[in-house]
Design a protein around this ligand. Structure first.
Ligand code: 3PG
Length: 307
C-alpha cells in the first residue's frame, strides 16, 4: 500500500483532512499526518518511508528530499512553490507539483479584509475612507489577481492590472484596464495589491524607487511573499512619506521596525493566513491528494513543476 504523508506546520482544517482521508481510503492509499512539527529532523523522520508528500509552505529542501528514500512525488497544496527545491527533486527523480488556483479566492478575500481594516483606521472609531472610486492596481494577473479584480469591481473600485505574461486583450475582456509597465501601475493606483511569485527576478523588486511614484494616501497590499519587498527601502520611504501604508499577510523580517515607527500605517497578520479557510484547505488538499493518486494510477503529470 502506497503511503502519503501530509506534513504541515500550519495544519489544514479538520474538514479538509477528513475529505482527503475519504479519498485515500477509497483509492487504497495509506494516509499519514505530521502537523505543527518543530524541526527539520521531525520532518526528515516522517518522510523516511513515504511514497508521496503533501506540504503547504513547509520547506522541502535537498536535505528533506535526501531523507525521503521512497519518495516519488511531492505536491505543494497551494500556488507558490518557492519552498520546494525543484533541482533536488529532479536530481532524485521526484516529481514536484503545485495546485494552482485552489486557494486563490481565500487569498483575494483576505486582501480586501486588510484593505478595509486599514481604510477604516483599524476600526478605532475615527472616520476612515471607502474603497469605492479608488484606483486599485493588480500586480500580476494570475489566479489570485483575477479574483481580486472581480471583488474590487463589486466595491466600485477602478481596477488596473500589470502582467507581462497575460495579454492586454485578456485583461480588457475581464473589464480591467491593462497598463504597459510596472511604473505606470504604481503611478496610477492608490492601492496596489501584489500577486507576484518570489523568484530571482522578483526578490526585493518592490522598492522605494517604485513605491515613491504612488499617489497620496498610497496603500501597498501584500498577500504574496515578503521576499519581493525591499524592506529597508520601504521603511526609509515610509519615514519620508507619512501618507504611505503597508499591509501584509506575510510579516516583514523587520516587523518591529515597521510596528514601532509606523503603527497606524502598517498591519501584519500574526501568521500567513490568506489561504487559511476551510474551503481553500479542502480545495487545495483534495487537489493534492487527487493529483498524487492520478500520478500513481495513470502517470498523470498535470501541474508538474520540474523536468
Ligand atoms: C500559496 O502560495 O498557495 C499561498 O501563499 C498559501 O500558502 P499556505 O498554504 O502556506 O497558507
Amino acid at each position: 500500500m502506497k503511503k502519503i504523508l501530509i506534513a504541515t506546520q500550519k495544519p489544514f482544517a479538520p474538514a479538509a483532512i477528513n475529505k482527503i482521508k475519504e479519498i485515500t481510503d477509497r483509492e487504497g492509499f495509506e494516509l499519514r499526518l505530521l502537523e505543527k512539527y518543530n524541526s527539520t529532523e521531525e520532518l526528515k523522520t516522517a518522510v523516511a518511508d513515504v511514497d508521496a508528500l503533501i506540504v503547504r509552505s513547509d520547506k522541502v529542501t535537498a536535505e528533506v528530499v535526501e531523507a525521503a528514500k521512497e519518495l516519488k512525488i511531492v505536491v505543494r497544496a497551494g500556488a507558490g512553490y518557492d519552498n520546494l527545491d525543484l533541482a533536488a527533486c529532479s536530481a532524485k527523480g521526484v516529481v514536484a507539483m503545485n495546485t494552482p488556483g485552489q486557494n486563490s479566492n481565500a487569498v483575494a478575500e483576505l486582501a480586501f479584509g486588510m484593505m478595509i481594516f486599514q481604510a477604516r483606521n483599524k476600526f478605532n472609531g475615527t472616520a476612515g475612507t471607502e474603497l469605492r472610486g479608488k484606483k486599485l492596481g493588480i500586480h500580476a494577473y494570475g489566479n489570485v489577481g483575477m479574483y481580486v479584480a472581480k471583488i474590487a469591481k463589486g466595491f466600485g473600485m477602478e481596477v488596473y492590472a500589470f502582467d507581462p505574461f497575460v495579454s492586454a486583450e485578456k485583461i480588457k475582456a475581464d473589464g480591467i484596464t491593462p497598463v504597459t509597465s510596472v511604473e505606470e501601475l504604481y503611478r496610477t493606483c492608490q492601492y496596489v495589491s501584489l500577486h507576484i511569485p518570489a523568484n530571482d527576478q522578483t526578490k526585493k523588486s518592490i522598492n522605494a524607487t517604485l513605491l515613491e511614484q504612488m499617489p497620496k494616501g498610497a496603500v501597498l497590499v501584500n498577500t504574496a511573499r515578503k521576499e519581493v519587498i525591499d524592506e529597508e527601502s520601504l521603511a526609509q520611504l515610509m519615514e519620508k512619506r507619512d501618507d504611505l501604508a503597508y499591509i501584509s499577510d506575510i510579516a516583514p523580517d523587520i516587523r518591529s521596525v515597521f510596528e514601532e515607527k509606523f503603527s497606524n500605517r502598517c498591519f501584519f497578520t500574526p501568521k500567513k493566513m490568506g489561504a487559511q479557510t476551510a474551503e481553500a484547505n479542502i480545495n487545495a488538499g483534495v487537489a493534492a491528494a487527487t493529483q498524487i493518486i492520478k500520478y500513481f494510477k495513470n502517470g498523470d503529470e498535470t501541474f508538474r513543476l520540474n523536468k
